[in-house]
Write a protein of this length. Structure first.
Length: 174
């Protein structure tokens, strides 16, 4: 098996698997589909190890494959004609800590939903910088756009997120 800068497939999966799965889940919003995409990403990476040129970090390369795989899935006819099965969990709120935890989870879910509602070019920048904790330079490299564009899109994305969240808050309080 070929290696990318000393990584074999198993090491790639152990080192970057959580990042790939988290990114996939943020795009498709279904853990089972995200797990399928996780597998596809590492199959694609394994088949393309010989083409990796080292122009970016391995993580950047894998996240780019992940994002492209997610976008392909979301554009597919299969995705448009299936309804994801929601998992139902019954929460019993018995203490203040439980309430705070549920409230925090709901806030995080609202933010994730707001991010997913952004136009694709803003969503990609937010995903790279905040969810993948990439530097501006790494995000620029991965998305193939200048650092200045990353910065301006990030600023606009945050403004749009604020608008979306404020609208949702007003709607909930009516």
């Amino acid at each position: 098996m070929e290696a990318v800068l000393g990584y074999d497939l198993e090491t790639l999966m152990r080192t970057f698997g959580n990042d790939v799965l988290r990114t996939a889940y943020m795009y498709v919003k279904d853990i089972h589909t995200a797990e399928d995409i996780f597998q596809d990403v590492f199959l694609k990476a394994n088949n393309s190890l010989h083409t990796f040129q080292g122009n970016s970090s391995v993580k950047t390369w894998l996240i780019r494959i992940t994002i492209n795989t997610c976008k392909d899935y979301l554009k597919s006819a299969y995705h448009r004609h299936t309804v994801p099965m929601d998992e139902f969990v019954e929460d019993n709120i018995s203490t203040e800590d439980d309430f705070s935890k549920v409230e925090r989870q709901e806030t995080q879910q609202s933010v994730k939903e707001a991010v997913m509602a952004l136009p694709e070019h803003y969503k990609d920048v937010i995903m790279c910088v905040y969810f993948q904790e990439m530097t501006m330079d790494q995000a620029s490299q991965m998305l193939g756009i200048p650092v200045g564009t990353i910065k301006s899109r990030l600023t606009r994305a945050k403004e749009k997120l604020k608008e979306i969240l404020e609208r949702r808050l007003l709607y909930e309080n009516e």
